[in-house]
Design a protein around this ligand. Sequence first.
Ligand code: SDX
Length: 425
Amino acid sequence: MTQKVQITIDGKTVDLPVLEANEGLNVVDVRGLIGEGIFTYDPGFLSTASCDSSVTYIDGDAGILLYRGYPIEQLAANSSHLEVCYLLLNGELPTKSELDDFEKEIRSRMDVDEHFQVIFDGFTEDSHPMSMICAAVAGLASLYHDGLDIYDADHRREAALNLIAKIPTLAAMTYKKSLGEAFVKPDPSLNYAENFLNMCFGTKNKAPNVSPTLARAMDRIFILHADHEQNASTSTVRLAGSTEANPYAAMAAGIAALWGPSHGGANEAVLDMLNEIGDESRIEEYVAKAKDPDDSFRLMGFGHRVYKNFDPRATVMQESCHAVLDELGLKDPLLKVAKQLETIAREQDYFIQRRLYPNVDFYSGITFKAIGIPVKMFTVLFTLGRMPGWITHWNEMLSGGFKIGRPRQLYLGPSARDYTDINQR
Ligand code: SDX
């Protein structure tokens, strides 16, 4: 029997059906409320499910993250980013031959046309890489627009393959542009993460020389960032896609949303914060600022809308961070500051009461820095990792029935009034 909730509006009792989840919270279907002449109100969508989805499940209290039912810890330990891309897109893990074919399809699409590369001529070496990657992905819409039928599953699959294949190449191009160096083409002898590192740190027409340990760490980082349910940037992709916009344009909208320091831009903000703190002697000063309600400073890399216990990705990321630092024999003083901040956050009431724990961005910045990725590139790497998640949600929405996203509001402005001539004001 379908559960329901009842609300009474102006003396009239209205039944609202409860839709059952396979995992996690059920939802009250409030679509009928418009007929009762009332809206729901939920700025920031803390209590609102915007859609149904079968892609990713998060339990914020238990620190659980599942991609198509598989725990993130198992995927990070045993899978590869391209295998996770296949899983997200298709819903099942591939067989060996399916994965081989998928990798070949991605490899064959990694290159970016020479004439398209001039899009980077519009930028300078000081341009923020996120502005470049956002423009470049939106620019792909110019190459793949005419004839693209978003209601054709084969066309959607082609867009997915193109975006997953080209995002590492475009990301590396933003890095090379910031160095004023020549772009390095993808190398068919390398795997996905090796190719990305070689296109960043290699030299045109020179044999690649990529550390397998760093490539494995980078691949694992991409896995950790691949999807995360209806976060701000994924919700932006869905909203843009709901207008039937070109998928490349919808992904560019997601990139723009990810850039903010409250979201994907936090990894860059974590490093800026750690550098500003400098050493352990100044930690208490900054912790006090974070606690001060009159100070807008927040401990970047801490807190999460959903995780109120721990972010399982942060745990895996911390392991990757140590593996990279050990491999490189680095003793990063910022790591000591980070560890001290984490200890304080676990011990002090302000953070415990608000359930603020390190999130995925807290250790990724230190890891990227150790690998030699400049701070301004951190969110570009998040973009690279998250691309399969955005595409999967866009495809899931397009594959089923969807309506254009068009929220309403609580209007607090002036009631109707007549225009007055300027000489009467
Ligand atoms: C990502 O949604 C996703 O899934 C995102 C993501 C993904 O994979 O897509 O996981 C990636 O974006 C991770 C989050 C990265 N952002 C940061 O690290 C920036 C720092 N964190 C905060 O800005 C904040 O924690 C948010 C934005 C992440 C969450 O904000 P919420 O859920 O809206 O919480 P809130 O702002 O209502 O804060 C609740 C309380 C407030 O104090 P009170 O008013 O109750 O006294 O906690 C405080 C806040 O001031 N608080 C913090 C804090 N985060 C929240 N205080 C100090 N430092 C912080 N980082």
